[in-house]
Write a protein that binds this ligand. Structure first.
Ligand SMILES: Nc1ncnc2c1ncn2[C@@H]1O[C@H](COP(=O)(O)OP(=O)(O)OP(=O)(O)O)[C@@H](O)[C@H]1O
Ligand SMILES: [Mg+2]
Length: 330
């Protein structure tokens, strides 16, 4: 994540490694909730190989899309923005991508990220694709807030750690100045490296032994790298606790402060809203799942939970009671 809040729109990215965990669902609904809170939002599908954000927002396959920027047919991202049916909420889709060469080059990505901040909006939300490819990681790292979405399943948790690990080392490699130290970071990325560097803290010890200025930079980069965690598809109180467990592993293993900003319950209505091509936050504002999502949106803006939402959420079906009260959605 960016080391300091930069001028322009606030950039949020939703990633998480594993496919199908609800990144697009969460992004579309957080965008809707933020728009309802009066923010001017542009939501951007950067999943060029699996574009479907437009569908969750009920927008018919837009002719203009990010693919035009990637293929250098359009330089002005502002011209790729299309309206949705919701006030304050606009979209850059990823439709009509070039199947032969979907991903932007590194240089193009840098320009894209610069352009996204300059969009005429308060908040720009990026919906990332699955996996830990460099292009996905860059969006996550450059954003003001990188949000990790995971499901309460071991496979999802595993992939989330892989994603974080990859993001962490990529961030560190970019932050380090000296060639030797960068090589050390690259070496640490191979989990079986012969120097026996197994964890980021091992790596820090190695760097401290060779270059104290770089070690200070490393620690500072660690301090400002603050991923947020959302657990989606929660069914039990145990599921709710997962966010805390991941957050504490981040602290212990990576030395990272990863804040658990909330959970979203599993709800058949959530699935139905996707079929209806409308965000559930718009379709049924008082559904439990909408209440949780709106609460996370308020938290992202630093607003207190609205009293109506808090009351309704504690009466929610599924993961309820004191466990939930102690959960991430405070
Ligand atoms: N909280 C939820 N309750 C019930 N169903 C959900 C929930 N969240 C997501 N889903 C269902 O899971 C499906 C997949 O979610 P989504 O497309 O958002 O995943 P994704 O992480 O973006 O996948 P990909 O990696 O392929 O982009 C949704 O279409 C929806 O039907
Ligand atoms: Mg998706």
């Amino acid at each position: 994540m960016a080391s300091e809040r930069q001028a322009g729109a606030r950039l949020l990215a939703t990633g998480g490694g594993k496919g199908g965990v609800g990144k697009t669902f969460v992004t579309a609904n957080l965008a809707t909730a933020l728009a309802r809170l009066g923010k001017r939002v542009v939501v951007v599908d950067v999943d060029l190989e699996g574009a479907n954000l437009h569908t969750t927002l009920g927008v018919q396959t837009p002719q203009r899309s990010l693919a035009d920027f990637v293929s250098e047919r359009e330089e002005d991202l502002g011209k790729l923005v299309v309206d949705t049916s919701l006030p304050n909420l606009r979209l850059i889709a990823a439709t009509h991508g070039n199947l032969a060469d979907a991903q932007p080059s590194h240089l193009r990505r840098v320009r894209l990220l610069r352009g996204l901040r300059q969009l005429d909006a308060d908040v720009v939300l990026l919906d990332l694709g699955a996996g830990s490819h460099a292009s996905v990681l860059d969006y996550f790292l450059v954003s003001d807030d990188g949000i990790l979405v995971l499901q309460p399943e071991p496979t999802s948790v595993e992939n989330a750690y892989t994603f974080l690990r990859a993001a962490f080392y990529r961030r560190m490699r970019l932050a380090m100045v000296g060639h030797g130290v960068r090589q050390l970071v690259t070496m640490a990325m191979d989990q079986r490296n012969e120097r026996g560097i197994r964890t980021p803290l091992d790596l820090l010890r190695e760097i401290e032994a060779t270059d104290t200025a770089e070690a200070r930079r490393f620690v500072e980069t660690m301090r400002v790298f603050r991923p947020r965690i959302i657990v989606n598809g929660v069914r039990t109180a145990e599921d709710v606790k997962l966010g805390f467990a991941v957050s504490s592993v981040c602290k212990k293993y990576f030395g990272l402060e990863a804040e658990y900003i909330g959970y979203v319950n599993y709800d058949d209505e959530a699935r139905q809203s996707v079929s209806a091509r409308r965000p559930i936050v718009d379709l049924r504002q008082d559904a439990d799942v909408s209440i949780y999502l709106q609460r996370i949106a308020r938290k992202l803006l630093g607003l207190p939970p609205s009293s109506g939402a808090a009351g309704a959420a504690s009466a929610a079906t599924g993961p309820t009671g004191s466990e939930i009260q102690a959960g991430g959605n405070r």
